[in-house]
Design a protein around this ligand. Sequence first.
Ligand code: NDP
Ligand code: MG
Length: 405
Amino acid sequence: MTQRPAKMIPAKKVPAKKVNVLGATGSIGMSSLDLIAKYPDQFSVHILAVHNNADALADLAERFKPVHVVIMGADGYKRLKSRLADSGVAIHQGMDALLDLLMLDCDLTINGISGVAGLLPSLKVLEQGGTCAIANKESLVAAGAILMDTCRKYGGTILPTDSEHNAIFQVWSKPHHHAIKDITLTASGGPFLHATKAEIEAATLEQALRHPNWQMGRKISIDSATMMNKGLEVIEACVLFDLPEHKVNIVVHPQSIIHGLVNYADGSMLAQLGPADMRVPLSYVLAWPDRLPWAEQSIDLTAIGALDFMSLDHARFPAVGLARQAWNTGGLAPAILNAANEAAVAAFLDQKIGFTDIIAAIDYALSDMPAALMTSALSDISLDHILAIDLETKTRISAWLEERR
Ligand code: NDP
Ligand code: MG
């Protein structure tokens, strides 16, 4: 009997994942698109959204051929229309247009918008029962309970994307949930880790923007220098992993190789290690629940040699303590902390205030707030409350900083 050649069964073609990239021109957006470009069969870009950078968005649209582009500003919109006139890409302007588009079917939205401006888009995705990879930590700080409740109510999925939280997400063993004692987030310590108090007081914008390990947007770079980034991340962890604040430890680890650890009751600590490159967590959320084989090499532990760990010096970096205090106070305190920080960092970036005025402004914002706003149960707080207090705090703190000049 002659044997017939075995019939080749063609591999089942998996349709490309439709991905929205919000904050496409930023550090998170560009890192996401860098990965997407490596796997054109696996990902197609659906919406690209930015604030006002029309030329950079037009370049991305020409390269990635999204279905829609959205820009917030009117000038940018005009410019975008002339740049993309015959491209076939649909061009939209404003937050309402973006929110309408986010009601369309899509597999994954990566939210790399900076500031509380990223809140409504994440909510819209979750209200559709969609999957949102949230790098935008400010919205989790200001409105964590609302985001988590919306996610649960509509059956959506939040993928933790900030590197430390993504690390925890990777090593959090669901079957051993009951045996998780606490978690540890690492902090590089930022550009002023070894600076004296006097040097920190005299810090210039240029020094504060020079992060030793990570390439990031301007706002988060300043947050890393004050270490408010770690303060925001403590709250972000409480929200994402439903933990009380005292179960979120911070350890300074200047090499930024270990990003987060889950500490189990049997004495085991499970850690995630990787280079200081946001493409590692972003590849995880892009491929989730699978993994992308994009990294050419693993980190070389022998080349690194030693990993250092130290406690945070609260005297030089009071930001984490303020964030813990705001979270424990509850009510609108985390939203106030975040808004004051956004306003003060914007003023510092505009070179209107000194570096240590940032923390002074947050301290003032929290201490000057009517007690009733700080203590109401989190579940009583509506989106309108959050948006109103965000705006009110930003106006109040900008005026206070202006008066002190
Ligand atoms: P960038 O400043 O580099 O980029 C911000 C992006 O958001 C830009 O594309 C900007 O558009 C867009 N944007 C700003 N405001 C709006 C708005 N109102 N509507 C629509 N788009 C807007 O920031 P990063 O990428 O560094 O950070 C983004 C977020 O991710 C932050 O919340 C940050 O804390 C978080 N994160 C960042 C990390 C990093 O390594 N960069 C690491 C972990 C978290 P335009 O260019 O037009 O101004
Ligand atoms: Mg982080």
